[in-house]
Design a protein around this ligand. Structure first.
Ligand code: NDP
Length: 310
């Protein structure tokens, strides 16, 4: 009997219990699944999302893995009491949702749709946008999400450059890495999409110097993590006009405080961390498959590199 602890909060338990049982049953697993335990030493797997009730993993002496419901693991990866393997969330539902959100926001800015959506003076002023093939889009981060978004945009004919830590080779996408690669990527980013994880290396990556490397009138789209951007530098670049617009889904503090300058800024669009929310069935299947693998002695999917921080 495999003992599974759901340590992701009561709201998520209500959303996840049925999909998880369905996915675990479909794999024929013999298990108990509960949001609490009287005997932490009996727990085999911990399904986790940041929540106030679990910071200390020390009592979970026999746990074989922590399975994160979140793709971004910056809030747990540095926890020194976590000595067992940590797997993060990658699933088709989350990836498809992110591609839809990114493509929609790139198209909004590429086509200049705001001009017509918000047109209080009823101005009849047609403007022909360039074709996608003439629009340079850059994606920072070519992992599960960044790569899918880059491919989706390239599939629509956008001229896509992607940047990642290790060099990639992806058909239809100019792939760069390293500091020089970042400078080249930014220099051609008329529309920039941030899909990096938050780590010590990526925090404040988009700072004043790097914003200045982008073309005048560029657009920033951030569904990655808030601290990837130096907020003061971005606000200054928006005020100067160097950056034309920022569409931001993630923030240093969430919910974004009511008095934060982003809310009132005419060149900022705020979305409330919805770029790609949980897709419970799809996520439950990935969790169940990892438990099956763990019990069968097979390697787990989507293991986090604790040294790299993602
Ligand atoms: P992955 O771990 O699959 O990919 C991360 C990518 O970033 C990889 O290509 C990696 O390079 C690259 N990278 C990491 N560090 C560096 C660095 N220092 N320099 C250059 N490139 C770097 O993550 P996902 O694609 O699954 O997710 C990305 C992020 O999206 C998550 O961490 C999370 O923060 C965010 N997210 C946001 C959501 C939302 O609703 N807003 C929903 C889900 C996720 P390499 O390929 O070489 O390893």
């Amino acid at each position: 009997m495999t003992t599974i602890l759901f340590a992701a909060g009561s709201k998520r338990w209500a959303e996840y219990e049925t999909p998880l049982r369905r996915a675990l049953d479909a794999l024929g697993l013999d298990y108990t699944l509960s949001p609490e335990t009287d005997d932490p030493a009996q727990v085999d797997y911990i399904i986790y999302a940041p929540n106030p009730s679990l910071h200390d993993f020390t009592p979970l002496t026999n746990a074989k893995a922590v399975l994160s419901l979140w793709a971004g693991v910056e809030r747990i990866v540095g926890n020194e009491t976590l000595t067992m393997p940590l797997a993060r969330m990658v699933n088709d539902g989350m990836t498809e949702g992110m591609v839809e959100w990114v493509v929609a926001n790139v198209l909004r800015h590429h086509l200049g749709l705001d001009r017509y959506v918000l047109n209080p003076t009823r101005e009849w002023a047609p403007r022909v946008p360039p074709l996608a093939r003439d629009r340079k889009v850059a994606v920072l981060g070519l992992g599960a999400l960044g790569q899918a978004c880059a491919k989706g945009l390239a599939g629509m004919n956008f001229d896509v450059t992607g940047w990642s830590r290790s060099r990639k080779d992806i058909a239809g996408i100019t792939c760069l890495s390293g500091d020089d690669g970042l400078a080249q990527t930014l220099a051609r980013a008329e529309i920039l999409v941030l899909l990096l994880p938050l780590t010590a290396d990526t925090e404040n990556l988009l700072n004043a110097k790097r914003l200045a490397q982008m073309p005048a009138g560029a657009v920033v789209i951030n569904p990655g993590r808030g601290p990837l951007i130096d907020d003061d530098a971005l606000l200054a670049a928006l005020d100067s006009g160097h950056i034309a617009h920022a569409t931001l889904d993630v923030f240093r503090k969430e919910p974004l405080p009511a008095d934060h300058p982003y809310w009132a800024h005419p060149k900022v669009t705020v979305t409330p961390h919805i770029a790609s929310d949980f897709r419970t069935d799809s996520a439950a299947q990935v969790i169940a498959e990892n438990i099956r693998r763990g019990e069968a002695g097979e390697p787990l999917l989507h293991l986090v590199d604790r040294g790299a921080g993602y």
